[in-house]
Design a protein around this ligand. Structure first.
Ligand SMILES: *[C@@H]1O[C@H](CO)[C@@H](O)[C@H](O)[C@H]1NC(C)=O
Ligand SMILES: *[C@@H]1O[C@H](CO)[C@@H](O)[C@H](O)[C@H]1NC(C)=O
Length: 210
């Protein structure tokens, strides 16, 4: 009797593990890598288009949650044990969609960086489309951890309801630096190199190249 229930538990446990693991572990699907690498190639020109075509020290107003750095990713991972990577990836898409929109909004029709930025946004949308398609729909209805939901709610708030204290000023170039670094960290499987493994989530990795 005891033995039977043990094996039933075991079986149930294994089955649960089997059913849950694709959602919990959520490895980056290989199909994501093509659009993300394309996006990465565009981002290689960010300095030229985000810095040189703007006045010195030019900044735009963003929500403070839109300044999403590697340190924020690392902090969230530490604070929320067992946090599903997919949640952070969803957050990354949500944040950077807003960032791109805000950068485009300050550029007049004929601004020399506009074609670059709209192309970048198009590539970002392509990646997002593949991201949504490559996971079952239920994944996107999963309840988010409270702090993440909180951030999410702030990001989707009507701009005129955002309190003054929540706004920050950031340069377009620094916003795209964060965009690029957090992309490498959250989708590192797509940027992994076998000869020289790199920790894209470590701040020092990005400082070395400067
Ligand atoms: C990402 O883009 C940078 C800059 O263009 C390039 O040096 C790097 O090799 C790219 N990484 C991958 C994995 O494509
Ligand atoms: C730009 O910002 C730097 C650092 O804050 C400052 O030293 C410099 O004077 C600023 N340049 C202009 C043109 O405002």
């Amino acid at each position: 009797m005891v033995q039977l229930s043990t094996s039933v538990y075991l079986l149930g446990g294994l089955l649960g593990l089997f059913l849950l693991s694709p959602v919990l572990m959520a490895p980056t699907p290989a199909s994501m890598c093509t659009p993300l690498r394309t996006l990465n190639n565009s981002l290689g020109h960010r300095r030229r288009y985000m810095k040189h075509n703007f006045p010195i020290n030019y900044t735009i107003r963003v929500h403070h949650k839109e300044i999403f750095k590697l340190s924020d990713v690392n902090r969230m991972r530490l604070q929320l044990k067992g946090l599903d990577e997919l949640v952070l990836q969803r957050l990354w898409f949500q944040i950077n969609q807003g960032v791109l929109k805000k950068i485009i909004r300050v550029m007049p029709e004929r601004h020399p960086s506009r074609p670059y930025t709209t192309e970048l946004e198009r590539r970002f949308r392509d990646a997002e489309g593949v991201f949504v398609q490559s996971h079952p729909a239920e994944v996107f209805q999963q309840e988010l951890p409270e702090t993440i939901q909180d951030t999410w709610d702030h990001l989707t708030e009507e701009p005129d309801r955002v309190p003054e204290s929540s706004w920050r000023f950031a340069s377009p170039n620094s916003l795209l630096d964060n965009f690029c670094r957090t992309m490498h960290c959250l989708f590192s499987e797509c940027f992994a190199s076998t000869e020289a493994p790199r920790d894209y989530c470590s701040v020092s990795h990005w400082m070395k190249g400067r």
